[in-house]
Ligand binder design. Sequence first.
Ligand SMILES: Cc1ncc(C[n+]2csc(CCOP(=O)(O)OP(=O)(O)O)c2C)c(N)n1
Ligand code: SF4
Ligand SMILES: [Mg+2]
Length: 264
Amino acid sequence: MSYKDKIKSDLFPTIWCPGCGIGLIMTQLAMVMDDLGLDKTNTVMVTGIGCTGRMGAYMQFDSVYTLHGRTLPVAEAIATVRPELNVIVVSGDGDLSSIGGNHLLHAIRRNPRITVLCNNNEIYGLTGGQTGPTTPVGTKTVSSPAGATYSPVNLQGLVNTNANAFYAKTTVYHQGPMRRAIKEAIEWPGFAFVDITSQCIENNGRRIGFPSANEMLNYYKKEYRTAPPGATQLANHQLGIVKGHAAEPAVPAGAGAAKGSGEA
Ligand SMILES: Cc1ncc(C[n+]2csc(CCOP(=O)(O)OP(=O)(O)O)c2C)c(N)n1
Ligand code: SF4
Ligand SMILES: [Mg+2]
């Protein structure tokens, strides 16, 4: 088996724009799934609405394409009734933290064994580039031509309100750290959130002055730095993994099965 077998390349080209960061996440996810022996028999994907949500269609897993903002309750339901499965949510920053924000709060609180990969392009990509809750102050968008007004939501702060949750920050430029973060998140025995900064070149990047996706990747390379080992909080533009505050993570009831076991 190769990680390439996890991806339905016969459906290429994808619907994603050339230069979009989503494909880089899909490739790393496929590599991790290959490393961990995840396949259709032991893993389910749950995706949301938005460009990112289309990933479910391109991977060789059973997947649920949920209503906008509803990935987390669907994923939590699957994790509750089939605790032996690996449940992987892949969705956009808007889907997870805007319309799905209330579900995010309560999924963090309940700590189900699910892995969330948030493609954080700081924008509503699919619908044309409107301001979302992760859009930095001052960013010019379709819906805020003079610059976004409000402070972005603090995803790390939200996740860390649960002492047993897992939060990782990476960018699509940083392929090694992204792969490690995804792998450790899947292995985490509770709620794990990987916050992946990525480029929406078409509906965000060009509008804020990046001529191409490559310039956005170079910007991530230049701006982001790895957090010191053992950091319990990541500063702005720091990459790293924060594994909750508790010494021993609590395994949620019924979620004790080892990764990769069980049958779908
Ligand atoms: C109930 C509902 N409200 C609004 C929409 C319109 N809509 C579709 S995708 C989307 C946001 C997409 O942004 P994000 O989740 O960040 O995903 P991206 O496209 O950036 O990957 C919105 C508002 C919808 N489909 N359903
Ligand atoms: S609109 Fe943006 S997020 Fe959507 S596929 Fe194109 S580049 Fe990617
Ligand atoms: Mg988005």
